[in-house]
Ligand binder design. Structure first.
Ligand SMILES: [Zn+2]
Ligand SMILES: [Zn+2]
Length: 351
């Protein structure tokens, strides 16, 4: 007898209303539709976005809702039309549930799906004992990848990969990575996999810069030097071919554009509602530079990402700092730390 037939309730940490601590609640197990997969959560990453959701800066609906969009676990049961997964399979979840029929989905840009629902923002997420997603959003997690790493692959690493694809990084090109958090550590390793010649990592925290250096990047300490001037010096005046802005500050966005070489591409990933100034002629037109927006990632990019993690080319073992139980106080405290930028890498809930 499947577990959901015996025990129809589960524990979940939920946002009841914005600007209030999350609460642990007993909620009914999701009802598994014909094409759905119910997953027993083994790891759920706590993401900076979750702090924005709790604070109400980024709207979450409908409330109450279980947060958590970085999830790996074990298949508990599947709907009758699902043939590719069985109970017991190790899986990780793409956080978007999409319709597969709208114009955006048909064109392969499913992050803009008109009916798209993000797990942990528009539908119940993985801060829970179980989570349910359509089979289309479920991916096999190779046994070489621990659940915690599978979970964070689904957000920060996937976004970094999508940014490098959007920036069209080619072998032999140079890259500047602005911000060495969870995304940055993945971006540096992925740039290496793409065959980047020189990888520069810009941050203001010495421990982050030394971590970037250990991964083979050239550290640029923006607390002590002007990073644009330093990048020009390090590239003999050329500038960099690709800049990734992973922080979401107007000043670093401006730097990411200013440091570009001729026909360079700046991919903006960090989120801000503020504006930033550039000199159109000198910094864009004259160089045929490009400023590229990056939003989420695509399900089709995940199998390659999982393969790089499986074979060790992408090593996330140092990216996870701490694990927590499914405990509301512990999770709220972790979100407080994220609010105050006190977290170096990732915290993962292990229910
Ligand atoms: Zn995330
Ligand atoms: Zn769609």
């Amino acid at each position: 007898m499947p577990i959901h037939a015996i025990n129809p309730a589960m524990k979940a940490i939920r946002l009841l209303e914005p600007s209030r601590p999350l609460e642990l609640q007993d909620v009914p197990l999701p009802r598994v539709g014909p094409r759905d997969v119910l997953v027993r959560v083994k790891a759920a990453g706590i993401c900076h976005s979750d702090a924005h959701y709790r604070a109400g800066r980024s709207p979450v609906h409908p409330l109450p809702l279980s947060l958590g969009h970085e999830v790996a676990g074990i298949v508990e049961c599947v709907g009758p039309e699902v043939s590719q997964f069985c109970p017991g399979d190790r899986v990780c979840l793409h956080y978007l549930a999409t319709c597969d029929v709208c114009a955006h989905c048909q064109r392969g840009n499913e992050q803009f799906c008109l009916a798209g629902q993000m797990m942990g923002k528009h539908r119940d997420g993985g801060y829970a004992e179980f989570v349910m997603m359509p089979a289309r959003s479920v991916f096999a997690l190779p046994k070489e990848i621990p659940f915690e790493q599978g979970a964070i692959l689904m957000c920060s690493s996937a976004t970094s990969l999508h940014a490098l694809y959007k920036a069209r990084l080619r072998p032999g090109e140079s890259v500047a990575v602005f911000g060495v958090g969870g995304l940055g550590l993945s971006a540096i390793q992925l740039a290496k996999i793409f065959g980047a010649a020189d990888i520069f990592a810009i941050d203001i925290k010495p421990e982050k810069l030394s971590r970037a250096k250990n991964l083979g990047a050239v550290p640029v300490d923006a607390a002590n030097v002007n990073p644009v001037e330093e990048l020009r010096r390090l590239t003999n005046g050329r500038g960099v071919d690709v800049a990734l802005e992973l922080i979401g500050l107007p000043v670093t966005m401006r730097q990411a554009v200013s440091c570009l070489a001729i026909q360079g591409r700046a991919a903006l990933v960090g989120i801000t509602e503020k504006t930033f100034e550039i000199s159109p002629y000198l910094e864009v037109l004259n160089k045929e530079a490009e400023i590229i927006g990056v939003s989420d990632h695509l399900a089709q990019e995940l199998p390659q990402l999982l393969e790089w993690a499986r074979c060790g080319a992408l090593d996330l073992s140092r990216a996870i700092t701490r694990t927590l139980p499914l405990d509301a106080n512990a999770v709220n405290a972790a979100l407080d730390e994220l609010e105050n930028f006190e977290v170096d890498a990732r915290i993962v809930i292990k229910p």
